[in-house]
Write a protein that binds this ligand. Structure first.
Ligand code: BES
Ligand code: ZN
Ligand code: ZN
Length: 509
């Protein structure tokens, strides 16, 4: 899909569909609407009146104004109240517009961006442009690999970000184009992650996941290596090896490296670490049929890391970035680890496994220790780690556990700009004692209460306390159970956008 900027009159936009956002509490419904309405002698206002369209959040109306403009159809989209408008509103608007295009078969669409509607600084032009482009690109995704009849692929090939009146005055074209390029890099990465997560576990085996990441690295000129069974044994990664024992598939540790072209000495070295369970049956602590249904998505953290590396290769920030993904499948079998088994980690710490379904923290323990050896100046892991976190924060918000205040501030700014939502959770030291084991250094489960926190505290044992570190639990938002905004049902690519934004920093302009 091509995304370009359009600055001529909206009525002349040579597209199949023209999308305008409408505020519910503005007498003239907002700049784009009023501008177009005036140009069409009130035709727009008459159309929405007839349909009782108020502009409340997410409301949509598609209609034909019957002449006076090139586009055959208009989409009016409800932004809700003006005060609540953020770049994320623009992202949602563009996502919905993309999906409407898919429904009505529109190949081209002009999406009005009324910068003048929004108070600064929330409405900084580059952020709105970037959000709109991201929404359009992410919103037109579909996963139809295995649909053999009536595949619903988006026909939308041409999106124009349409400015109204004097909106772009004073903003350099190059700055705006850079915002579109950033959006493209991020959106392609998000869709890469979604493809990985949506792919079923019978085809996305540990080997296949490795191959897909390897291919991506080759395309994007990223460094790639992986550790197989033998290497993992040599490195003493007993936790990752233990988790994979019940599976036909050997585990892998993937290591992707981005090195900037012009190395500076005082550079950041960032390690991002992902949980890559291609399927989590729970092992001998077997999940219920119900509990297993979404478990092909248990590599969502790893997918977010791979995707972030892909976008980072496009954006080329000035930091060394290591992406480390622990890949395994958690299955019950005669060779599987048992509750009560003790495993020795790469770090040397011994772990009593009391529940084989708490496998994410095991594989991450070894992956974090591996990443720590790369001497990062900061480290972030992303994982579909606990059902507890979903109970605490719901399906759409991730949990963020952070051991350093400065990092917390930068990470929060990153997720806020990215449009992903996280909520900071406590690394409560008082709960550490719940992980004490009688027979080993630590056990892998505590009681049910505070389960997301004790999982984070388990991971903390594998991180050097002097390294700023964040653990992102994305068990809830890795999947969406409905079509909403720019998301389809299924994989969301959650986590990737925050990682990219954190590493690459804010846009100029
Ligand atoms: N992969 C699951 C966590 C999960 C649950 C992800 C729901 C997405 C949706 C993880 O490996 C797991 O099974 N965690 C257990 C831990 C428990 C045994 C301490 C859980 O959360 O129930
Ligand atoms: Zn599990
Ligand atoms: Zn799991």
């Amino acid at each position: 899909m091509k995304v370009t900027l359009y600055t001529d009159d909206l009525r002349d936009a040579p597209v199949d569909l023209l999308a305008v956002g409408v505020f519910s509490d503005e007498p003239d419904r907002g700049l784009a609407f009023s501008h177009l309405n005036r140009g069409l002698d009130g035709a727009l206002e008459r159309a929405v009146r007839d349909e009782d369209f108020t502009g409340k959040t997410g409301q949509t109306l598609v209609f034909n104004v019957g002449g006076g403009m090139v586009a055959k159809r208009v989409l009016a989209y409800g932004y809700g109240e003006r005060d609540k408008y953020t770049p994320e509103s623009a992202r949602q608007f563009a996502g919905v517009a993309s999906r409407v295009c898919q429904r009505v078969g529109a190949r081209s669409c002009a999406m009005a961006l009324t910068v003048g509607d929004v108070p600064t600084p929330a409405g900084r032009v580059v952020h709105l442009v970037r959000a709109l482009a991201e929404g359009a690109l992410i919103g037109s995704y579909s996963f139809s690999e295995y649909i053999t009849k009536d595949r619903k692929e988006s026909p939308l090939k041409d999106v124009r970000i349409a400015f109204v009146a004097d909106d772009v005055l004073g903003v350099k074209g190059a700055t705006l184009r850079a915002a579109v390029l950033r959006a493209q890099a991020v959106a392609e990465a998000v869709c890469f992650a979604r493809d990985l997560v949506n792919e079923p576990a019978n085809t996305l085996t540990p080997i296949e996941l490795t191959e897909r990441v390897r291919r991506m690295c080759k395309d994007k000129n990223l460094g790639f290596r992986f550790l197989g069974q033998r290497d993992l044994e040599k490195q003493g990664m007993g936790l990752l090896l233990g988790v994979a024992r019940g599976s036909e598939h050997e585990p892998r540790l993937l290591h992707v490296t981005y090195t900037p072209e012009n190395p500076k000495s005082d550079r950041r070295v960032i390690a991002i670490v992902g949980k890559g369970l291609t399927f989590d049956a729970g092992g001998l602590s077997l999940k219920t049929s119900e509990g297993m249904i979404d478990m092909k998505a248990d590599m969502g953290g790893g997918a977010a890391v791979a995707a972030a590396m892909r976008a980072i290769a496009d954006i080329k920030p000035n930091a060394v970035v290591h992406g480390v993904i622990a890949v395994a499948e958690n299955m019950p079998d005669g060779r599987a680890i048992r509750p009560g088994d003790v495993l020795r980690s790469k770090k040397g710490l011994t772990v009593e496994v009391l529940n084989t379904d708490a496998e994410g923290r095991l594989v991450l323990g070894d992956a974090l220790a591996y990443a720590q050896d790369l001497e990062p100046t900061e480290m972030i892991d992303v994982a579909t780690l606990t059902g507890s976190c979903v109970v605490a924060l719901g399906r759409t918000i991730g949990g963020a556990f952070i051991n350093d205040e400065d990092m917390a501030e930068r990470l929060r700014a990153a997720w806020e700009r990215s449009g992903e939502s996280f909520w900071r959770m406590p690394l409560e030291p008082g709960l550490r004692e719940l992980l004490k084991s009688e027979v080993a250094d630590i056990k892998n489960v505590a009681e049910r209460y505070g389960g997301a926190i004790t999982a984070a505290l388990f991971l903390k044992e594998f991180v050097d306390p002097a390294t700023p570190w964040a653990h992102l639990d994305i068990a809830g938002p890795v999947l969406s159970n409905k079509e909403v905004g720019y998301l389809q049902k299924g994989a969301t690519g959650f986590g990737a956008r925050t990682l990219v934004e954190y590493v690459a920093g804010d846009l100029d302009g």
